[in-house]
Design a binder for this molecule. Structure first.
Ligand code: FES
Length: 171
């Protein structure tokens, strides 16, 4: 039998108010059931900036031009988004909506040599781009650009500023 002596399991659990679970915290109980209530009922947590390791010989390359002009080139795998790549390397790309095309804080300016190789932006992306600060002819949202062979070597610049507009701004 597992005993809850010393309440050791409480240290492992995220407080209910932090994860938005409105269940009373039991004083004593089966630690396994409490553990599962706290962690498994709180919903999935999405971590951004997670990259796939490229297979040998299939590495793709992307260069970010930072606000101070510094260039950073990375070897990445097909399918990784520019937002994930930037965040995994602690570059200054906010991605406030988590890549769901609902902000413009992942705005990038694509090198014109690569712009036509990208898929056309859809209506949602165009709507968000309209809100981007310093929009250019080759602006795109970093979360909507996925690495592929067609854009191997792509270069994108991070704009000097981004603007985060949400529904609340229109109240
Ligand atoms: S992260 Fe919000 S639109 Fe790209």
């Amino acid at each position: 039998m597992i005993r809850a002596g010393g309440m050791w399991w409480r240290k492992l659990c995220v407080p209910a108010r932090v994860v938005g679970v409105n269940r009373p915290v039991p004083k004593v109980g089966n630690p396994v059931s409490v553990f599962s209530q706290r962690f498994l009922s709180a919903g999935a947590i999405r971590f951004h900036g997670h990259l796939t390791k490229p297979k040998k010989g299939e590495e793709l390359h992307v260069t970010f031009i930072l606000k101070d002009g510094t260039q950073k080139t990375y070897e990445v795998a097909a399918g990784d988004s520019l937002l994930d790549i930037a965040q995994a390397h602690n570059l200054d790309m906010e991605g406030a909506c988590g890549g769901s095309c609902a902000c413009s804080t992942c705005h990038v300016i694509v090198d014109p040599d690569y712009y036509d190789a990208l898929e056309e932006p859809d209506d949602d992306e165009n709507d968000m781009l309209d809100l981007a600060y310093g929009l250019t002819e080759t602006s795109r949202l970093g979360c909507q650009i996925k690495m592929s062979k067609a854009i191997d070597g792509i270069r994108v610049a991070l704009p000097a500023m981004t603007r985060n507009v949400s529904n609340k701004d229109f109240d």
